[in-house]
Design a protein around this ligand. Sequence first.
Ligand code: UDP
Ligand code: MG
Length: 326
Amino acid sequence: MAEKKFLTSIIIPVKEESEGLDILFSRLLPILDELPTNYELVFVNDGSTDNTLELLIEKQKSIPQIKIIDLSRNFGKESALYAGFANCNGDAAISIDADLQDPPELILEMVHYWLEGYEVVTAVRENRDTDSLMKKRSAGVFYKLINKISDDTKLTPNAGDYRLLNRAAINAFLELKEKVRFNKGLLSWIGFKEKIIYHAREDRAAGKTKWNYWKLFKFSIDGITSFSKTPLEVWSYLGVIIAISGFLYGSFIVFKSILFGVNVPGYPSIITFLLFFSGLQMIGIGMLGQYIGRIFIETKQRPLYIIRKIYDASDEKYNNHQNNIA
Ligand code: UDP
Ligand code: MG
């Protein structure tokens, strides 16, 4: 067979995925062999507490294209992906979930479009059949909202992290060093010539999702506060409207009192206004807190992740390299 040109990195963040690894390999490997390029498999072990790491080390003995980045603890998928991109050697890299919800067959198509000249290839789920109605609805509302209020980035609805980036896009992505990371937004923000391909999202092959509604809600707040100043600014407009209404209502009361005398009863309206406006103020202060909290995290300049060890069959020096801090 002719020598293959180029290297494609497949980046797979894993947390507690030991149950699904065998199915993953059995579906992924035949596809990777069909690739017109060489490949490497970069697994980022994001603090798994099961035997995911041991299984991967075992696999590496027979599959030398495997590279394992073992993080010192769980840093979350967004940071794990960054670690993968930062430690891959590919001319292009594809990030894919370990649970086979992103069908690996698309890799061939992605690489095809990349070799044709596209710089980014994004997989968009065509259906959300595997999601509950509530998740579907809330995802729809989220995309509408963020695209309305985001300052300069438009998100492609239903595009996840399953994407191919060429080397220039990988480097651009790595340049974005913010700590509160919302990859979907960051990946749209970097731009580049993008090809969108559609696919059906499958059920998890094994194991459980690490998401719940509370986590998803907090994640969507991260998304919005990372890409929009609107929630911060809306209070000044609201304040002006309320102040004007307050002035008009106040004037009305004053004139009414002058013309018709003081009308003492009014307790219900006072309490209603008091409760409503103190609630509104608290929301405003809370919104400030959301942003200040993020400023606080960013100013600490901590690394996004810490590597315990890199297992790389092709590079002996890594295997003696402990406590490699990114
Ligand atoms: N994952 C990770 N760190 C985490 C949570 C998840 O690396 O803290 C990995 C997980 O192993 C999987 C991928 O990210 O490969 C997607 O996770 P999951 O299936 O839980 O998310 P969902 O598909 O439900 O959005
Ligand atoms: Mg999943």
